[in-house]
Design a protein around this ligand. Sequence first.
Ligand SMILES: Cc1ncc(COP(=O)(O)O)c(C=O)c1O
Length: 374
Amino acid sequence: MRINDFRLECYFAKYEFSAKYLLSSSDCESLKLGDLLQMADQECMALWDDLKLGYTDSKGHPLLRNEISKLYRKIKPEDIIVLAPEEGIFVAMNSILDRGDHVISIEPAYQSLAEIPESLGCAVTRWPVSLNDNKWSIDTSYLQNAIRSNTKLIIINFPHNPTGFIPDPGEFKTIAGLAVNNDIFLFSDEMYRYLEFSESRRYESAADIFSNGISLSGLSKSFGLPGLRTGWLATRNKTVMEKIRRFRYYTTICGSAPGEILSIIALRNKDRIISRNLDLVRKNVQIAKMLFNKHNGLLNWIEPQGGSIAFPHLNEKIHADEFCRKLIDLKSVLLLPASIFNFPGNHFRIGLGRINFPQALNVFESFIDEHYAP
Ligand SMILES: Cc1ncc(COP(=O)(O)O)c(C=O)c1O
């Protein structure tokens, strides 16, 4: 298998553990191990204390799959496999797709969503999220027209990385309807689920919509627990799930034993963890908007509807690549330029889920004042 470099992960690898301020991270502030353990009920504490560090059930701990199934309407523990989120994309694409299949994928996007289908020899049509009247939008008729007789899979991701876009309810219904009525698999990356700023924009999971819906979710973003490496795939399609299980024996085989117990604890405290993270994101959005309005000759805020990231616009006179490079070199503040997403516009991704966001933004502002004062 030949695959292109994962631009975002390569960029992060270069700076993530040396930069002073991570102003582009997509995960919410992580909990400390001790804080998470404090939330454990008696059953989880006993599981933690008695844990043997052996191999685990390759489908995922039954109690963990039981907690995950509660997040869905129609999904049972046997419709779930627990794996690392990124692994979920890799394994699902390898299990669903064959060379020559046609795929339609939202664009820009977390690179592997379209990169893996392409590496498997599929033709991928990119379905753009574009900017209209300073709002992110999609055109469902573009999706409809892109469908071919050999279209096997539609890939979506809402709340969307990197824009924070969520379609309106009518648009979402149209997308789901196109998949259902044309008998096309729908892979829905729901990694930022529960961070919708309005609950009315939290739509049904693909796995609940129909049997060819496959939902990817996990604890990395909304729960702020990426170090657990806990994600999952949910689908009611038994054939696809069986293929996924078999393929997974070639990746990690099974999950990490401590990670599973900690994940059960996190899911049993979902409301508490999510509301802490959503509050944080909401506060940070307000702070960001103030700064962007103050510097509106240079920066243009584009409102996200959910998730923990936004994709604002930078004045065309300064290339986002150069702006971000200078910012990391001079101030040790990490932003992601749009080129990392192969996106032609002059945007950058900003992360909204971290506690030190106000401090990072102060340093960012000092950079603007020193180098781009009007
Ligand atoms: C949309 C999306 N899907 C999947 C992933 C993969 O998650 P993880 O890094 O926890 O494997 C990410 C991570 O950034 C993401 O943004």
